[in-house]
Design a protein around this ligand. Sequence first.
Ligand code: 2AM
Length: 180
Amino acid sequence: MRVFLAIDLPEQVVDTLSTIQSFLPVGRPVDALNFHLTLAFLGEQHDELVEEIHHSLQLLSARPFELELAGLDIFGSNEPKILYAGVTKNEALASLHKKIRGALHASGLQLSRERFHPHVTLARFKRGISHKELERLRSYVFEHLNFKLDAFTVSHFSLYRSTLHRDGAIHEKLSRYPLI
Ligand code: 2AM
């Protein structure tokens, strides 16, 4: 199964992101029910390994922490791929990510060495958007550069199974791991 670990967002945060997203001039918006902050993308894995990872994550120990979403940005500036809400620099989040990497490694799964760039994806773009669309997208991002949402407490993270469908992925929560 195709799995990933993510932080769920409180309803109020989802509602505000959804409002911001509704003004998006171009692109394929992510369904608000699917908003999340990915901690680790595990990819396609055998059930046995997912079970092993689950046990390893149950043993992970980390404290709850505050998280603040702020600003919009794009991955892929000339050829935009993803529009996302950013995260204010957060040591506790980086530390949780590191612990998760360790737990996955202990279960025999080595994540790619890509730098962790926490974000909440709001929309995706097909290749080859027009110059005009790119201009409209850039001014939309510029207008939302400085937004900031109220911080919220992260008190758990979740394991999701993602199933790809023609009109987008369906994410199903398999387990949650409390931070205490
Ligand atoms: P993102 O949207 O926050 O970038 C489930 O597929 C989630 O895993 C996606 O929402 C995506 O998070 C994240 N992910 C990270 N790397 C991925 C990859 N190589 N392929 C698909 N999803 C990936």
